[in-house]
Design a protein around this ligand. Structure first.
Ligand SMILES: [Zn+2]
Length: 324
């Protein structure tokens, strides 16, 4: 019943956004490519049709950035392969992917959950799990208030679920505008489409470990929803509740994605030290976490003003960690 409701909601939103934006034939497709008239080598990870045109999603294996390319801009230099890790084996991307794989076992916080312990500052990650409440815009305004004119744009990682996107078109537009205005620079992370949660189930049967979870749908439908709403998914994935086990973890990684945990979930009482991947929720459901983060910014105000304490880009921090 609940699933039908979600499907109906999804279809209504598709109608509102216009069928012309609908993505078709979206699937994993791993191949090496170069940008036409350039030497830049890329790893293609997805292939799809939109408005009768063919598009690829490709990751730069050195910078970890992901971009959308129309067919005419790329030259595919290898056939689609099953084992993408065999391409660019010494690249930062594959090193980071393997680094995450080493930490696949924990029930909570598997994947990469720490970076750059020796630097002053943290990596801010914000989860937007499904919620009926509006976005905590005041939180973003508070962060900008502390860091404006010091860091521009301010690097922020946002893990987003498809159901949040479909229910919050105005809030999503507001975030996209801040990004376009160069006030913040958002790295969008896949946080699954449905983000199943049942407060009565133990962790090992909850979130994506729920027995009816369709991992492919959670990963790919969320990417489709992100793309159809004008945001490009990064190469990272955050498990709902940070909960996973080896089988589901490996399945998610088989899409070429790098799972990201957190070593400072503020509302759970964890401290934010230098190099931590801090987790807060700005979906209206966790005021404590966002209050604590604003307090941390106030505590470090002097260092921030001197440029000695910063928010770091997740990609840059992981690159440094992967190649050290
Ligand atoms: Zn979540």
């Amino acid at each position: 019943m609940k699933k039908r409701l979600y499907l109906l909601l999804f279809l209504i939103c598709l109608m509102l956004t216009g069928f012309t934006q609908t993505i078709k034939n979206y699937h994993s497709f791993f191949a090496e490519a170069t940008l036409r008239n350039q030497d830049t080598r890329l790893l293609v990870i997805r292939k799809y049709n939109q408005q009768s045109k063919l598009f690829y999603l490709a990751v730069n294996p050195s910078t970890l950035s992901v971009c959308i390319y129309p067919e005419r801009k790329l030259i595919i230099t290898s056939d689609s392969i099953k084992s993408f890790a065999s391409l660019f084996p010494n690249s930062t991307y594959i090193k980071a992917w393997r680094m995450a794989k080493q930490f696949e076992k924990p029930l909570q916080d598997a994947g990469i959950s720490h970076a750059l312990p020796d630097r002053h500052g943290v990596i801010l990650t914000i989860d937007l799990c499904p919620s009926l409440k509006p976005l905590d815009r005041i939180f973003f305004l508070g962060v900008m208030n502390q860091l404006d004119n010091i860091q521009q744009p301010i690097p922020i990682t946002i893990s987003v679920s498809g159901l949040w996107i479909l229910r919050h078109p105005d809030d999503l537009d507001w975030l996209k505008r801040l990004d376009a205005q160069n006030k913040i620079s958002i790295l969008w992370v896949n946080h699954s489409f449905h983000h199943f949660y049942n407060k009565n189930l133990p962790l090992y049967l909850n979130f994506m470990l729920w027995k009816k979870t369709n991992v492919e749908e959670e990963v790919l439908l969320n990417e489709i929803t992100m793309l159809e709403n004008g945001i490009t998914p990064s190469i990272f994935f955050r498990f709902p509740g940070l909960v996973s086990e080896s089988k589901v973890f490996e399945k998610v990684m088989s899409y070429g994605l790098i799972p990201i945990g957190s070593d400072a979930w503020l509302a759970k009482g964890e401290r934010a030290d230098n190099g931590n991947i801090v987790l807060v929720h700005a979906n209206g459901n966790e005021p404590l976490g966002i209050q604590k983060f604003i307090f941390i910014l106030h505590q470090n105000e002097k260092e921030i003003k001197k440029g000695d304490w910063k928010l770091f880009d997740l990609r840059e921090s992981i690159i440094k960690e992967a190649v050290k």
